[in-house]
Design a protein around this ligand. Structure first.
Ligand code: BG6
Length: 511
């Protein structure tokens, strides 16, 4: 069962060379879903067009809808244009599409797996896919344990003829700590940890990875990245969109399960972790887990001091009037599901003792903005007249994850003219102008790493559980009190979220 390619990570020393994986098949469960046509196939197509995939690579879609191989290809082709940059080349598509196949089947039934197994063997013989398989779980999460069990029973938890077998698990990974543990146990009954790729697309984003580059490729930031110099940290994942057609999913998930447990917690880990000894899967993930372990547990009877649950009502976004969450399709008229969540966390370790981390994620905010802001202590003493420093704010280093990817540092500077007025100005770096290459979509990076057997940017079992452990008391309390604070669409969250910081004498930034 061991995936030795992943364990030894033989490519570590060769990372500067373009890496092309061995031939293999990616099997997608839930292939008629949105993720396949919006993200997975466009990412694979882009990789194929950059010749980052072997020509023998194959994709097999499985779901219950009856479709022929050709109909499946056609369906993917129709929407591809919308999801790739720079248009679709017919030549690249024809060659790529020749490796796309479809099997209609019920993922609960053992026969589906027997058929799949035979089909994959046929592909090995006809296309040269070498017995290598990656199984991508993009079906409904309630089916994950069944699919994993059936793959194991059919012996597909091992590659054919010495090939490898890997399993990709989409989020949400469980609903809480207990269900995440059960899912981990079930998966590990059939697959080794080295074969499991729990995916969080935020880790595939260039600018999220750049948090590590900023911290560990520069000598000047790390010495001040601690409680001696940092006053507090703010992590924001704001979106201007509402829940759209995903009301039914959102009613089940809410912002906590949809975005905070995974994306926001990952950004927190990268911001707060200690330097890893090497940039490899075990070293990096070990340090992330330590951050999660150090987060001060939230007491169930004092949740309001640490978390605020918000929901948008009708309002205006970008000059357009939009409906409230409760009026969205498939949402209950008295739903208390959160579309916004603010957290105040403490990472109780030597580096961060006493530094609050304020985290927020929300839909229907004024704009899309994901950023990490490190606010430093004010200078201990300014020799200038009080009137001259009214426009002076503390130094803030902002990593803009999206959009306008880049960095800015707020510094105090002299205002031109007589006297000595000082004010805050921003030093700005825009990645778009510093590097001419366009950043690839997160899924491109992650699917390539998957095929290469590099799990560095995927989530380890204890990370998923560690993030749930922090949030479990909040979920339990909310389930009991059934209460939510409202904010009008187009606002930066409910008033209570401002009070969460106000109590500590801080304010949310306006990205
Ligand atoms: C997804 C969530 O994981 O991330 C969505 O399910 C959210 O609700 C999306 O809109 C945000 O991703 P990105 O890449 O647009 O920041």
């Amino acid at each position: 069962m061991a995936d030795t390619q992943a364990l030894q990570n033989p490519l570590r020393d060769e990372q500067r060379l373009p890496r092309v994986p061995d031939p293999g098949v990616m099997v997608i469960f839930g292939a008629s879903g949105d993720l396949t046509s919006r993200k997975l196939v466009p990412a694979l197509y882009e990789l194929a067009s950059q010749r980052r995939l072997p020509l023998e690579m194959a994709v097999v879609g499985i779901s219950r809808t009856e479709m022929s191989h050709e109909e499946f290809r056609q369906k993917l082709r129709e929407t591809l244009e919308e999801h790739v940059s720079g248009g679709v080349s017919d030549d690249v598509w024809d060659s790529f599409a020749g490796g796309i196949f479809y099997l209609p089947g019920d993922s609960k039934e053992p026969e589906t797996y027997e058929e799949l197994k035979g089909f994959l063997k046929k592909l090995d013989a006809e296309r040269g896919t070498l017995g290598n398989r990656a199984f991508y779980l993009s079906a409904s999460p309630s089916l994950f344990p069944t699919i994993v069990g059936r793959l194991g029973e059919a012996g597909m938890n091992e590659g054919e003829d010495g090939g490898w077998s890997r399993l990709v698990v989409e989020k949400p990974f469980g609903r809480d700590l207990e269900s995440a543990r059960e899912l981990n146990d079930e998966i590990r009954r059939h697959f080794d940890e080295a074969q499991i790729y729990r995916i969080d697309h935020y880790l595939g984003k260039e600018t999220v990875q750049n948090i590590l580059a900023l911290r560990f490729a520069n000598g000047i930031f790390e010495p001040i990245w601690n409680q001696h110099y940092v006053d507090h940290v703010q992590i924001t994942v704001a979106e201007d969109i509402g829940v759209g057609t995903r009301g039914a999913f959102y009613e089940e998930a809410g912002a906590l399960r949809d975005i905070v447990q995974n994306h926001v917690m990952q950004v927190l880990c990268l911001t707060a972790m200690e330097p890893p000894v090497a940039f490899d899967a075990e070293s990096l993930r070990e340090e992330k887990v330590k951050v999660l372990k150090a987060v001060r547990p939230i007491p169930e009877d004092g949740v309001e001091e640490y978390a605020v649950r918000g929901q948008y009502t009708s309002g205006w976004v970008w000059g357009e009037e939009v409906a409230g969450y409760r009026e969205e399709e498939n949402v209950g008229p008295d739903s208390v599901t959160e579309t916004y969540l603010a957290l105040r966390l403490f990472v109780d370790n030597w580096r961060w003792a006493g530094v609050p981390f304020f985290l927020r994620a929300g839909k229907r905010m004024p704009k899309k903005a994901t950023e990490v802001a490190i606010q430093f202590h004010s200078s201990p003493h300014t020799p200038f007249a009080r009137d001259d420093t009214e426009g002076l704010e503390p130094n803030v280093l902002v990593v803009r994850v999206q959009p306008d990817e880049g960095l800015s540092l707020k510094i105090g500077a002299k205002v031109p003219g007589a006297g000595f007025e000082v004010s805050s100005v921003n030093m700005d770096l825009l990645y778009g102008t510093a590097f001419l290459e366009e950043a690839p979509d997160a899924y491109q990076r992650l699917l390539l790493d998957l095929m290469l057997g590099d799990p560095t940017l995927f989530i380890r079992a204890d990370e998923a559980e560690g993030a749930w452990r922090i949030l479990d008391p909040v979920m339990r309390r909310w389930a009991e009190e059934k209460k939510v604070e409202f904010y009008p669409a187009g606002a930066w969250g409910p008033r209570e979220a401002d009070e969460l910081l106000g109590r500590d004498g801080r304010e949310w930034r306006r990205p």
